[in-house]
Design a binder for this molecule. Structure first.
Ligand SMILES: C[S@@+](CC[C@H](N)C(=O)[O-])C[C@H]1O[C@@H](n2cnc3c(N)ncnc32)[C@H](O)[C@@H]1O
Length: 231
């Protein structure tokens, strides 16, 4: 059998990996090729990991890679719709990356055991970040950390969240930029893209005579622009 040097993760998965607690039991939901758990296992950063996917094709890819990189003592592939086939005792850090925000909402809703202060969720929505953030706040998941990354000319945000027994309160900017601050170039790129997006939306609202809604959005846009200028 040939030697397979370890691959490097792209910026998006690298950022997800950086939020995983060292020595944790990991579940990577929607793992596809299983690069994230394999990379973490190879670096000695996880005690064990479940690489879960809903589809057989990706799961077979995951299994082949687990074998190729010789991490089968640490990483196991599992067919699972969301967390349906994962027991609460099996995972403390749960990554759900590379899928739509609506699907992430469904997966979290179907696993009530995630409402536990010991569990960390690392979430990276490809779309619909806004409804995901609103859902998380409504369900009392607090964002401990949020960071953006630009990869292949797209800006992604990664959220580290944990259930909070106390009421989670958020401000008006939170649905749009979560807990991002303007402290990195990638965060600023994400915020700039959100501004462009909201400007289009505000323009549409103004055109259809919804002046007060447009004014409200313009207020948020001004606050986001001020964040970019202030740093
Ligand atoms: C685009 S890949 C993302 C792979 C990797 N997580 C990443 O971020 O690069 C999305 C994967 O999620 C899987 N998936 C979609 N819905 C799922 C669900 N409800 N439960 C588990 N896996 C799911 C798909 O089969 C696919 O392999």
């Amino acid at each position: 059998m040939g030697l397979h040097p370890l691959f490097s993760l792209g910026g998006r998965l690298q950022l997800c990996a950086s939020m995983v607690r060292p020595g944790t039991a990991l579940a990577d939901i929607g793992t596809d090729h299983a690069y994230l758990p394999i990379w973490l296992a190879k670096q000695g950063k996880v005690a064990r990991a479940i690489a879960a996917d809903i589809k057989l094709g990706p799961l077979m890819k995951a299994e082949a890679n687990i074998k190729r990189y010789r991490v089968k003592d640490i990483v196991s592939a599992r067919l699972s719709n969301g967390l349906d086939a994962v027991f609460s005792t099996e995972a403390d850090d749960i990554v759900i990356a590379g899928m739509g925000g609506e699907m992430i909402i469904q997966i979290i809703s179907a696993a009530p055991w995630l409402k536990n202060e010991q569990k960390h969720l690392i979430l990276q929505p490809m779309t619909s970040a806004e409804p995901l953030r609103v859902f998380l706040a409504e369900q009392n998941f607090a964002v401990l950390q949020e960071q953006a990354v630009v990869e292949d000319d797209r800006a992604y945000s990664v959220l580290l969240v944990r259930y909070s027994p106390e009421k989670v309160t958020v401000d008006e900017l939170y649905p749009h930029i979560g807990k991002l601050t303007a402290n990195t170039e990638d965060n600023r790129a994400y915020i700039r893209r959100r501004i462009t997006n909201l400007e289009k939306k505000a323009g549409g609202l103004a055109l259809s005579g919804k002046d007060s809604e447009a004014a409200e959005l313009n207020g948020l846009i001004a606050r986001m622009k001020a964040m970019l200028e202030k740093r």
